[in-house]
Each structure stands twice: as C-alpha cells, then as structure tokens.
Ligand binder design. Structure first.
Ligand SMILES: Cc1cc2nc3c(=O)[nH]c(=O)nc-3n(C[C@H](O)[C@H](O)[C@H](O)COP(=O)(O)OP(=O)(O)OC[C@H]3O[C@@H](n4cnc5c(N)ncnc54)[C@H](O)[C@@H]3O)c2cc1C
Length: 530
C-alpha cells in the first residue's frame, strides 16, 4: 500500500480534526482509518437520534465495565461511537470546555505548554460561536456551537427553581466563570448535529492527498525496531498493511491503550503473559482511567409538561416532520438543554458538581438504553466534576477481537462518595423549591421509601442507580504515556491524540476539550516538520 506521511487510526472527535488540519497542506499524504462505517444514517444527524444508536452495533461499540465494587458489583454500560465522527456522532452535543484550573493541573502533571492560556486559542480556533462575542470565543472555526432550539416552559421553571435554591444564573458556562445555572449550548448547526465528521471531514473529503477508509479495523501498529512504520488493518475480511512515516492513534480512551498494548507498548509482564512481543515497557499504558459518574432524580408530571409523549408512539411522526421540514421541535435536542455548575462546599476554586436537566424522563439508564419513559416525567442528574477515583483499561487477549477489561473504580475515593452525596442533596433541594411544586406529581426516583435524610440510604441509592456521563479519559496520559507533544515515549513515529491523553478529565463534558487537543496536536505535528 502507498506510503503515507500520517496514518490516523480512528475518525472520531479527534481523528477528523487531525485529518482536516494535516491534509490542508497538499504535500502531506494522510490516511484516515475508521473501524465503523460512513455517517450517512439520519440517526447520526437528527440530534435526538443518539438514543437509537445505543447498543446498535452499526454505530456503537457497546462496551461494559467489569463489575464495579462500589456500585454493588454492577457492570456499567459504556457506549462509544463507531462511524465517521466517532462519539461526536452519537453524543449529547453539550458544548463545555472545562475551567482554567483543569489545565493548571494538567501542567503540574507534566503537560508543559497546556495551560489555560495555551489551550484557549485552540478552543477558539475550532469554534463557530452563534451568540457569545468576546475574547473567549471564536466565530470562524468549523465547529458550530449554537443555542438550544427547543426551549420549553419546564426548562425555565427548573431554572427558576435553581435560582430559588440560591444558584445564580449564568448566560455562558464557557465564559469567565462556570458557576451558576442556565441553558447549555449544543454542537449543532441549525437543528442538525454537528459532529466532527460534519465540521472537519466533509470540507476536506475531496482533497486528493486525504484517503479515508471506513470499515478499516486497525489490528496493531507495526514497528521496525522501535520506530512505528505502519499498521495492519482488517477490512471486509481481509488483512492489509498500510505503511506510513507517522502513526497517530485517535481511537479514544478505550481503543488507544488497547492498540498500544496489542502492539507491544505496555507493561512488559502483562504483555508477555498474553504472548505479545514487547516493543517498549511502560506500565502506565491503560492506567489512570477517569470518568464522570452521575446519579438521577426523576419526578412525575402532567403530560403537557413532559417531552416524553412527543418522542414516542404516533406523536413521534409530527415531531419527526417538524425536524425534517423546519429543524424545530423536540428532536433538535440531543440531551439536557439546561444545567448548572455548583460548589458543594466552601473554598473551592471552581464548581465541583454539574447538573443536567431535561423535561423528560429518563434520559439515562444502565441497561444500555436511552428510552423515554411511558409516564410523563422530568429528570435531572448530577455528577462530580473532578473525581479522584482512577481505574484502568487493559487487553485480555493478544489481538483486537475482544473488548478490553474496563475497571472504572467509580467511587473508590472517599472525596468522590462525599461529593456525589452532597451533589444529590443540591439536586433534591432544587426539586423541593416552591417554583417546581405546581408541576410535580410525586417523586419516582429515588423511590418514596428511600429516606432522603439518611446519608446511608441515599448512598445506597447512588450505588444502585449511578451511571456514566460517557466521559472516559486519561488512559494514555500526557506525562505518563505520551510527552507534551503527544508522542508516545520510548518509541518513534507514534502519537496518541484523543481523550485518552488528558492527564485529568476536564470539569465538564469532554468533546470540546478533545477537539481542542486535536487542534493543538495537529499544530505540534506540523511545527515539528520544519
Ligand atoms: C453517548 C455519549 C454522550 C456524550 N455526550 C457528550 C456531550 O453531550 N458533550 C460532550 O462534550 N461530550 C459528550 N460525550 C463525550 C465525547 O463525545 C467524547 O469524549 C469524545 O467524542 C471522545 O473523542 P475521541 O476522539 O477521544 O474518541 P471517539 O470520538 O470515540 O473516536 C474514536 C474513533 O476511533 C474509532 N476506532 C476505535 N478503534 C478503532 C480501530 N481499532 N481501528 C479503527 N478505528 C477505530 C472509533 O470507531 C471512533 O470513530 C459523550 C459520549 C457518548 C458516547
């Protein structure tokens, strides 16, 4: 096969950015490999379509964690996008960057050159902001960031209740201060999901120096000595070798450490025990996994206050027509339109919990389904922003045929248990405010027999119900597996650029930070050519 300058493995949030930025120079030959298929399906463009992608093997890898000790040995279902656009093609579309202290912590962990001042230009470079016009936002980037189109009366009622509970309004969570409550913004363009495939790949597709191969499942990185020289892929039943001067792994926080390990980069003892030839010993590969863990509160309401009936049965038809002809209505909403960032205790530099609210129930469920409940309901979830618990992802076999073991180790740190408990108390307090009472018909979850005044009972509820916010990161961290230029240490010609390199998960949803990382990573690679 032809010899490329860069082979990018994975066309997700990061991979599509890299493919665009690197191939913008016509002298650079780029090959983008995606295990999934194209992004033609309407499910990947209608914002609410994500619910139907879950556990659908055409679009979702459908992982599960190992039994989680602190969650009563429950396994937690982890969807991951599998198509052009990766997880940005199936995510909740919420656009949040994190806070400056996240990046100060990154620098302290060894990510020199990744301070807030260093990363802000790359957030702005990516962004095409619809409303906020100031030094913190970009207006000319490929990534449309737009207002919620289907604002509902219940969203405003919930915002009022948050004000009543003492949470101030915030018109821009990505402005000077994250604290407060308000509407989220979505990565959306006029009611259509704006994955990185739409933002970055579509404009670059016709470039003759960019090859995009879908259904190309990368099996391993090939090395000459310690230098990466290509990859082996499996495509429609055939094995193929693709040669390239530089291999970039952008498979995400699960697949990138998995690919490193099957290729011989990882803990020597672990790899040898599986029969994998060792290229470079680094026991940090696959370690330090982080994720955000959420817990929910659900209340019954009258049918007219809940989105539920508009997205199922025969009423789905007018909702679908509204989306198709007007790009309006409930299907323009990916996930939670409203949220908040709050402090659970005094003395914190930035909020330590995040809230998502939707005038529907249930957005989240652990069985691997997002399904509207039959009964009308409203729901909100809370998660800790900066968890201390750390897990790991490692291969079980010498090849890519089986999913790796995922140990999230949720709530293994005392701080995380305490913070989520306090976060749940903030959420329950919001539901107790007088603003909401005319609209609520009784609590559905936690069930009425849970004594909310009893910490142990509330904690037991969290252990039974908590689930992922879908934000795994840090399994190939800067300072541990890659250097500050995102090159894998100990070998040559190999980078990892995706959510796995974040030293810590950011304080918020992780798509924007992953795109920023790829923008900066592309610049670093291009700078190194001169
Ligand atoms: C259901 C869900 C909801 C979410 N909601 C939000 C949200 O509202 N806001 C937000 O900011 N973040 C959200 N996130 C998180 C965010 O989307 C991810 O953090 C981000 O997309 C990660 O980007 P990535 O490039 O690291 O990985 P991905 O985008 O997952 O990309 C990895 C790509 O690599 C491909 N791949 C994997 N293995 C191989 C292989 N061996 N060979 C070839 N290709 C391979 C995959 O198919 C995929 O396309 C959500 C995620 C999910 C799953």
């Amino acid at each position: 096969m032809s010899n490329y300058d860069y082979i990018i493995v994975g066309a997700g949030s990061a991979g599509c950015v890299l493919a665009n930025r690197l191939s913008a120079n016509p002298d650079i030959r780029v090959c983008l490999l995606e295990a999934g298929g194209s992004n033609r399906s309407p499910l990947l463009h209608v914002p609410a379509g994500w619910a139907a992608t879950f556990n659908n093997p055409s679009f979702d890898w459908g992982y599960n964690t190992d039994p989680e000790p602190e969650l009563g040995d429950r396994q937690v279902y982890w969807p991951r996008g599998k198509a052009l656009g990766g997880s940005s093609a199936i995510n909740g579309m919420i656009y949040i960057r994190g806070v400056p202290m996240d990046f100060a912590a990154w620098e302290q962990a060894g990510a020199k050159g990744w301070s807030w001042e260093d990363v802000l230009p790359y957030y702005k470079k990516a962004e095409r902001q619809q409303v906020h016009d100031d030094d913190l936002h970009g207006a000319d980037g490929p990534l449309h960031v737009q207002e919620v189109r289907d604002k509902r009366p219940m969203d405003d009622v919930f915002l009022n209740a948050m004000n009543e509970a003492g949470i101030p309004s915030n018109a821009d969570f990505n402005g000077v201060d994250q604290t407060g409550c308000g509407y989220y913004q979505f990565t959306q363009n006029n009611g259509r999901r704006w994955s990185t495939a739409s933002a970055y790949l579509t404009p670059a597709r016709s470039r003759s120096n960019l090859t995009i191969l879908t259904h190309a499942h990368t099996q391993r990185v090939l090395f000459e000595g310690k230098r990466a020289c290509g990859v082996e892929i499996s495509r429609r039943g055939n094995r193929q070798v693709i040669n390239g001067a530089h291999v970039i792994l952008s498979g995400g926080a699960i697949a990138s450490p998995q690919l490193l390990e099957v290729s011989g980069v990882g803990d020597g003892e672990r790899l040898r025990s599986l029969g994998i030839d060792l290229i470079h010993h680094n026991p940090e590969v696959g370690e330090h996994l982080q994720d955000h863990l959420l817990c929910k509160v659900v209340y019954a309401t009258n049918p007219e206050n809940s989105i539920n009936r508009e997205v199922q049965g025969l009423r789905l038809i007018p909702s679908a027509l509204r989306w198709f002809f007007l790009r309006q209505g409930p299907l323009t909403t990916g996930s939670a339109p409203v949220g908040a960032f709050c402090h659970t205790r005094e003395g914190l530099e930035a909020p330590d919990v995040q809230i998502h609210f939707a005038s529907g129930g249930t957005l989240y469920n652990n069985a691997g389904k997002i399904q509207a409940m039959k009964e009308p309901a409203v729901s909100a979830v809370v998660n800790q922003s900066r968890p201390e618990s750390r897990g790991s992802i490692h291969v079980r076999h010498a090849d890519m045929t089986e999913a790796p073991t995922i140990k999230a180790n949720y709530l293994s740190a005392q701080l995380d248990r305490d913070t989520l408990l306090r976060g749940m108390r903030i959420l329950l307090d919001i539901f107790d405010q007088s603003e909401l009472q005319p609209f609520l018909n009784g609590r559905l979850s936690p069930a009425l027999d849970v004594d909310l005044n009893n910490d142990e009972e509330l904690m037991a509820y969290i252990r039974r119900e908590a689930g992922t916010v879908y934000h795994p990161t840090s399994t190939c961290s800067i300072g541990k597996v890659v250097d500050e230029n995102l090159r894998v240490t100990g070998v040559d010609g190999l980078s990892v650029i995706d959510a796995s390199v974040m030293p810590y998960v950011v304080s918020g949803n992780t798509n924007a930070a992953t795109i920023m990382l790829a923008e900066k990573g592309a610049d670093q690679l291009l700078a190194a050519r001169h």
